[in-house]
Design a protein around this ligand. Structure first.
Ligand SMILES: Cc1cc2nc3c(=O)[nH]c(=O)nc-3n(C[C@H](O)[C@H](O)[C@H](O)COP(=O)(O)O)c2cc1C
Length: 475
């Protein structure tokens, strides 16, 4: 598979093309030091054979925030060095931190904006990125990723909503690109030409009057001109449409742009794949081969492979899926794709992040703060009864229930075939019932379920229940 082939990016070699994009873990304290839980999180990705591990957003400065990793001072280096050492001890995964600058926000709803920044403050941001990148190199990382996405400082300068009126201003694309250009130049000066420097930015701001992929293509071209070593795309995640909660600092993923950033279960698969395809085609047409990371609800190995084969992406990013099951790449390599614990995009992880709570996965055993490990001797769940699954259609709902499977059961995947389609997982639950409220009268449905254990071993399919809900009588 192309997905599992190595790839060189500047001086680093990725063992394969699977990337875990940055995902805040909230496992550190507010002091921002790497601790054992943080290390364990990244070691699990390494053991799972992820090609490129991007460590969560790590602050380049010392401004207060909730639990967030930091590289704003030298005292943070040893923790990162130990993290890199532990990752390298178990794998050949490449590992880079995502470094971030953000402005102040208050519980009152007030937030500092880029329009208020003085030139000296902008100079300090440039310097802070340069120094943090140098510290990343000193800590032993394989490279560094500049966070120029979502609601944070670099992204706010790039935005079409940048209202500055000086040389960093929003009147021109060049003005908006100026800060990033300076940051990139300073980072290069500090880390040298052989240290990979990636960037994450928005293919689409997904807010009113924000930039779309039409401009993102040109922004990416400038990044390529500046010598960026890879480009990781994201979408949305802006303050402009965030929903205010009284007494809480505003969280930039609560509005529509937040939905777009972490598309939930109700979105189709791979809703953003076309962005990477367009950006990549644009770069290639201009003679650049900078690798582009596609991200957003990608979790099927065949679909990921197709994106690479069709030239729509160079690397495949999976955030929530790799949180759910960090063993994804290893399972695919070993032909055990059926044992992947499939992310259901319920966004419990996002909610935890929003509330500054340790980011875990709904599908893990309750209270676990890391993905469960296989226990020797455990066997896949099995059905005791032939006809475990029962179902009926009533009031626009299909009600399913079943007798529990035998063995260590972490949950049940609900498979549905609607009309003539292939079975797809519509939900995963931890209880013995499920109400499907998204059925349409007059359509034939077939359901079966599979029990899975905490490491993804599944039971055979249950019996199939076939139903055709009635078209409601409107008379
Ligand atoms: C809990 C959580 C934390 C995240 N933290 C970051 C972050 O620190 N930096 C970043 O660029 N994106 C962050 N993201 C966005 C993801 O990297 C990714 O772009 C998004 O989840 C969509 O990819 P997916 O569908 O594969 O999950 C975060 C997402 C989640 C769910």
């Amino acid at each position: 598979m192309m997905l599992l082939e190595p790839m060189g990016i500047n001086a680093m070699t990725l063992p394969n093309r699977v990337v875990v994009p940055a995902m805040v873990t909230r496992l550190s304290g507010e002091d921002g030091f790497v601790n054992d839980a943080v290390m364990e999180r990244y070691v699990r990705y390494a053991e799972g054979q992820v090609g490129l591990i991007v460590v969560e957003a790590t602050a380049v400065h010392t401004a207060r925030s909730g639990p967030l990793l930091r590289l704003g001072e030298r005292r943070f280096i040893p923790g990162h060095r130990e993290l890199v050492r532990r990752v390298k001890a178990v794998s050949d995964s490449a590992i880079v931190p995502q470094i971030i600058h953000f402005l102040k926000i208050a519980r009152s709803g007030w937030r500092q904006t880029i329009e208020t920044l003085e030139t000296a403050e902008i100079d300090a941001i440039v310097e802070a990125f340069g120094q943090a990148a140098a510290r990343a190199r000193e800590a032993g990382y394989d490279g560094v990723e500049l966070h120029s996405a979502h609601a944070y400082t670099l992204s706010s300068f790039l935005s079409r909503l940048n209202r500055r009126r000086d040389e960093y201003g929003g009147r021109t694309l060049e003005g908006r690109l100026r800060l990033f250009g300076r940051v990139m130049a300073r980072v290069r000066e500090r880390v040298g030409s052989d240290f990979p420097v990636g960037v994450r930015f928005l293919a689409d701001e997904a807010v009113k009057e924000g930039h779309t992929v039409e401009e993102a293509k040109w922004i990416a071209l400038r990044f390529a001109q500046l010598g960026v070593d890879y480009i990781s795309l994201s979408v949305g995640g802006k303050f402009e449409d965030a929903v205010r909660r009284e007494g809480h600092p505003v969280y930039p993923y609560t509005g529509y742009s937040g939905d777009r950033c972490m598309p939930g279960a109700w979105y189709p698969d791979q809703p953003h794949a076309h962005y990477a395809a367009e950006v990549k085609a644009h770069l290639n047409a201009h003679g650049y081969t900078v690798p582009v990371v596609s991200v957003g609800k990608i979790n099927d190995p065949e679909a990921a492979e197709a994106l690479l084969r069709e030239g729509k992406a160079d690397l495949i990013g999976m955030a929530r899926q790799l949180l759910t099951d960090p063993e994804w790449p290893r399972k695919v390599r070993e032909g055990r794709g059926g044992e992947i614990v499939r992310c259901i995009y319920c966004n419990v992880c996002k909610k935890l992040d929003e509330n500054f709570k340790q980011v875990t996965c709904f599908l893990w055993p309750s209270k676990a703060i890391q993905a469960p490990r296989a226990r020797p001797g455990d066997e896949a769940p099995a059905w005791e009864e032939q006809d475990s699954l029962r179902g009926r259609a009533t009031d626009g709902t299909v009600k399913l229930s079943w007798s529990p499977a035998l063995g260590e059961v972490a949950g049940y995947d609900i498979y549905r075939v609607d009309g003539l389609g292939q079975p797809s997982i519509v939900e995963a639950v931890k209880v013995n019932r499920f109400n499907d409220r998204s059925v349409l009268g007059g359509v034939k449905y077939a359901y079966h379920i599979k029990a899975f254990d905490s490491v993804g071993r599944t039971s055979p399919p249950s019996n199939t229940v076939r139903l055709e809900p009635a078209i409601p009588d409107l008379g």
